[in-house]
Design a protein around this ligand. Structure first.
Ligand code: PRP
Length: 185
């Protein structure tokens, strides 16, 4: 006999303060970003490099709204672990297989917070001789503490709260939420 699994709320009973960007607002802005990216890259080989894990949902929506051919690869890096503050040490877990030389590389980030992740990865990617190297960040908190260039594409300026959902996590929870919410302090 099968027992019915207990039905959990979408947040598993964890506390969410409020929804900061709802599903409709995100989808509309991601569609616009796709068009902006298509307009910006008129020629050449475009490679989107999704920075995992946080960008996995954003990237999958974004690639479907870019109206020109492009390829996709990934990097995996992390610095937050289970805390709400960056450890300051950005660990690279996976480096893209694709040869970046001569390609227009667009690094896709879910959020720019302290800027440490971008700082470390941009320095690394620059050494691979791409034709160009730009960043598309869904969210930007405007609180960077290190020297990083302004991303070429930004979805939304974000409030200082700890944000979860649409790929963003707290201790690996909440990534699946279709909206972006502030976590209760
Ligand atoms: C988060 C987020 C960004 C980065 C931004 O990644 O996805 O990549 O931190 O923060 P920063 O600007 O202060 O460096 P995290 O280390 O939590 O790993 P994850 O992508 O696996 O969630």
């Amino acid at each position: 006999m099968h027992t019915q699994p207990k039905v959990l709320s979408p947040t598993g009973g964890h506390e969410i303060e409020d929804i900061v960007f709802d599903q409709e607002t995100i989808q509309a802005r991601v569609a616009e970003l796709g068009r902006e990216i298509g307009d910006y890259y008129r020629s050449g080989d475009l490679l989107l490099l999704g920075l995992l894990k946080g960008s996995f949902i954003f990237l999958s929506d974004l690639v479907r709204s870019i109206p020109r051919p492009h390829r996709v690869d990934f990097m995996v890096a992390a610095s937050y672990g289970t805390g709400k503050k960056s450890s300051g040490h950005v660990r690279l877990h996976y480096d893209p297989e694709t040869n970046l030389e001569g390609k227009h590389v667009l690094l896709v980030e879910d959020i720019v917070d302290s800027g440490r992740t971008l700082h470390r990865l941009l320095r690394l990617l620059e050494t691979r001789d791409p034709a160009s190297l730009e960043v598309c960040a869904l969210l930007h908190k405007r609180v960077v503490s290190v020297d990083v260039p302004e991303p070429r594409f930004v979805g939304f300026d974000a409030p200082p709260a700890f944000l979860v959902g649409y790929g963003l996590d707290y201790a690996e929870e909440f990534r699946h939420l279709p909206f972006i919410a502030a976590l209760k302090e």
